[in-house]
Design a protein around this ligand. Structure first.
Ligand code: CMX
Length: 144
């Protein structure tokens, strides 16, 4: 099993249209496909609206994370640390998530959920707590 770095999640302030437009322009100049940026996906369970920018084949994509309310993890992150890189996300081959989580737990890495949840793009997700992963929140995902 070999995971692939799928995307980098960036926390952005809520309701800042100008900021989203500027970032969209930045990624457009870099050639990222922003076709999904104008139609963000809402993930109420995570309390976020996500704007996805697709990079070149084989390269990690960019996911902007805008809080939908004051309670979610991203809203808390923004309040404490301000905008910036919120998490990195590894994509696992379909069917590998449970076994990978089992191995991580066995080796004392702290997972956030006992069982995977459904995230953006209908992916099954879990997270490794930043305290177990060098200060970086790590998302693990596989196709739902
Ligand atoms: N990256 C790095 N460090 C982080 C962090 C992040 N994203 N979020 C929190 N931390 C740090 C905190 O600053 C804190 O550090 P200090 O102890 O040095 O102050 C430490 O981790 C512990 O934090 P905590 O009190 O255990 O928990 P928080 O309330 O800060 O929540 C976390 C942290 C990871 C449990 C929470 O953010 C969470 O549940 N995340 C998973 C869900 C999520 O992030 N969803 C949004 C994205 C979903 C998507 O992509 O669709």
């Amino acid at each position: 099993m070999r995971a692939r770095l799928d995307h980098i999640g960036i926390a952005i302030p809520a309701n800042d249209t100008q900021n989203i437009e500027r970032l969209s322009l930045l990624y457009k100049i870099l050639g990222l496909d922003s076709s999904t940026a104008s139609t963000p996906e809402e993930v109420p369970e995570q309390g976020v609206r996500t704007y996805f920018f697709t990079a070149a084949e084989g390269s990690p994509h960019i996911e902007l994370l805008e809080p939908m309310n004051d309670e979610g993890a991203v809203a808390k992150y923004l309040a404490k640390r301000g905008p910036g890189i919120h998490h990195i996300s590894f994509r696992l081959p379909k069917g590998a998530l449970e076994e990978t989580c089992r191995k991580l737990t066995e080796n004392a890495f702290k997972l956030l959920y006992d069982a995977p949840k459904i995230g953006a793009h209908n992916m099954r997700i879990n997270f490794i707590h930043p305290q177990s992963a060098g200060g970086v929140l790590v998302e693990l995902m596989e196709e739902g």
